[in-house]
Ligand binder design. Structure first.
Ligand code: SF4
Length: 357
């Protein structure tokens, strides 16, 4: 199955749909162990290729420590998807190398159509993107013609092109609040957990939710988290809003990846239970040295843990696949120009909204 093929989920995702996402995951290749010597050779080659090609590496917090440290060493960036997009648009490099999942590469290309955008792999997608096909989403939106359409960045170009706003988790609540304050109703897609969190924060019934979920965050378990909180009573709980609402209700801080890192730095506690992808531990340990971090549990009652707090698609980004993409100038991101122009409007709205805050 190619990354472009869509699994038919939608307004009422069923057990069968979720099984389809899991079947897709079975096709994700297993990681091949690399020796330290191979890793060193890959790093040296990539550094040289980045320089030769006037390229900059932009990596998401959920990628491997190897990629994050390489981005730092080469003058690139490690960030959340919002900052990745802003950095790429501002960068003087002629090639953006995006280590993350496909929508991140597409966003970079929409914002910088004149630049070459390539990724270590084009197969790295996202369960939220897969679970929100543009044709089904378009039909859903037609049921609510007076609603403003606000979508999460984790969507395809075609879904963004159908939308009034694109947001990331860092500004989702603020943007929806802004839209509601104008007397408008909202369609929120695709993450229902983040949607429920927005509803709970704003106390509004004027938000209609699409039924999608992140397979990584959805696996955090409430009962097991309560047990862990008893075990580590001094630890604060930091949770990403893609987690189930029961987990968010137990959290001391609910926020985007960047907001989670800032909370770990600024809060007085010396230990934290963290409910988001394990890749963030690289930055947490770097930015809050001396503090202790525990992974929130994905096992326990009702557990079907497959990802176990590690996004399988983020894990497809490796040093070796990055090196190959640079050597072969492959895995280029192309975006349909017409769709790109339409998707640019809600993306720019997001960046302008952010810059006014
Ligand atoms: S962690 Fe979840 S939201 Fe992020 S890319 Fe993976 S599946 Fe998508």
């Amino acid at each position: 199955m190619s990354a472009n093929e869509r699994i038919p989920t939608g307004t009422s995702a069923t057990v069968a749909d979720r099984a389809a996402v899991r079947a897709w995951l079975d096709r994700v290749p297993q990681q091949i162990a690399v020796t330290p010597a191979e890793e060193l050779a890959d790093r040296a080659a990539i550094k040289q290729l980045l320089q030769q090609q006037n390229a900059v590496l932009v990596a998401h917090y959920y990628t491997s420590p190897a990629l994050q440290s390489l981005a730092e060493e080469t003058g690139g960036l490690v960030a959340d998807s919002l900052e990745m997009a802003r950095f790429g648009a501002r960068s003087n490099a002629s090639t953006l190398v995006v280590a993350g999942v496909r929508f991140m590469g597409e966003t970079a290309k929409i914002l910088s159509p004149e630049k070459t955008v390539l990724m270590p792999t084009l197969e790295a997608t996202c369960s939220l993107d897969i679970g929100c096909p543009a044709d089904e989403f378009s039909r859903f939106c037609q049921q609510y013609p007076d609603h403003e359409v606000v979508v999460y960045a984790n969507t395809s170009v075609a879904v963004k092109a159908l939308s009034d706003w694109v947001v990331t988790s860092a500004i989702a609540v603020d943007v929806v609040e802004h839209v509601l304050s104008q007397g408008k109703k909202v369609i929120w897609a695709p993450d229902k957990h983040l949607g429920r969190y927005i509803q709970s924060q704003l106390g509004s019934d004027d938000i209609v939710l699409w039924d999608g979920a992140c397979i990584v965050h959805e696996e955090f378990k409430v009962r097991a988290l309560q047990d862990m909180m008893h075990m580590y009573p001094e630890a604060a709980v930091l949770a990403h809003p893609e987690s189930p609402i029961g987990v968010l209700e137990l959290a001391d801080v609910v926020g985007s990846t960047t907001q989670i890192i800032k909370a770990a730095q600024s809060r007085s506690e010396s230990s934290f239970i963290v409910a988001t992808d394990h890749g963030i531990f690289y930055k947490l340990q770097q930015q809050a040295p001396g503090k202790t971090f525990y992974m929130a549990p994905t096992s326990g009652e009702g557990a079907t843990c497959r990802s176990c707090a590690q996004c399988p698609w983020m894990g497809m980004n490796t040093l070796s696949s990055l090196r190959t993409a640079l050597e072969q100038h492959s895995n280029l991101i192309e975006v349909d120009p017409e769709l790109g122009r339409k998707a640019l409007i809600p993306l720019q709205r997001m960046l302008e909204f952010r810059s006014q805050r």
